[in-house]
Design a protein. Sequence first.
Length: 408
Amino acid sequence: MRFQTRIKSEIGKLKVVLLKRPGKEIEHITPATMHSLLFDDIPYLPEAQKEHDKFAEVLRRNNVKVLYLDELIAEVLKDKKLKNTFLDQIIMDSGFKGEATYDTLKSYLYNLAPSKMVSVIMEGVRKETLGDTLKNLRSFPEVDSTPFIMAPMPNLYFTRDLASIIGEGASISNMTFKARRRETLFIEYILANHPFFSEYTVPLWHRRGDITRIEGGDVLVLNEHVVAVGISQRTSVEAIESLANRLFKSDSGYDTVVAIKIPNNHAMMHLDTVFTMVNYDQFTVYPDIMQKHQKMDIWTLHSSPEGIRYKKHSNLQQVLKETLGLNEVDLIYTGNGDPIAAPREQWNDGSNTLTIAPGEVVTYNRNYVSNKLLREHGIKVHEIPSSELSRGRGGPRCMSMPLLRDDL
């Protein structure tokens, strides 16, 4: 299978998606490390895997080709030259360069088969695994009491954040928090080197090495010329302006960026945790992102001969009507706007819907108030189990990176 990445909307029929099934990296979260690893709780891995398998099954049943991150990167790293350069980068990104720890890790990892090497890197490398080959101060528990020499990457099952496909190009993320910064190296190598994409060069609208920080959960491709980006805890205004400049100055087809400011906290870390598109004129939204009289801080960015032209707005519905050419907009409130149900279901990603076709979404079953409301608004809802997956504070959209959708 060879194909060109192409995402021209949030709602076109989903054809190919990238997932990461939770692995042992989840079991390597401890109460002492969970907050630094960006978790509020520790999921039970066997159940999390069953739930994720149900998610993949729903997608396949709806004719979506499911690809797995770990399988693709392992296939890329069968090339020994790529394996060598990848290891150099991932070990340096883990904080080691030109020292005994670097040499020990490089020797140990390089001698593993690609699929095993990928699993070990994602799960984290424990000191005891290296045994007596690690002989420096770091090997002494009195110096460093943590069991891992390379930390695990439990957030990897949220593949959405690694990058976002915009048109036929990609915005590869530069993650805000240290716990996630290494993750984007996987998608960078896949898009540049995997045979699936070998006939095409994927333009990069943002690179993982850029100074500005942006994450895929903040990027919504609303149609063939409009992109919405959240000004959030994880995405800076500088990144939005840089993204806009690259889109405007290329032949991307994108001429409008809508920058939406959302509260800066862990419960609303990305735009897609509070706002998603589910049909041509229908959107989920968490009402608490709005101020009195439904006011918000929103800017539209357009290209002009003098550079970016900015316009300030305060009404989300009006902005959507104007930029998307709609007569009416149907905002579907998380938890039906109830003061108890809305924040509870927002905490469990009631707004984080994955649209697989116009008016057809995948959601968590625990958000029954929001799901009932979606159905009342004419949306077809596929529910998946969510007792363990939801502990990572991400829903079906967070757990999926669309690579190809049908054009509308």
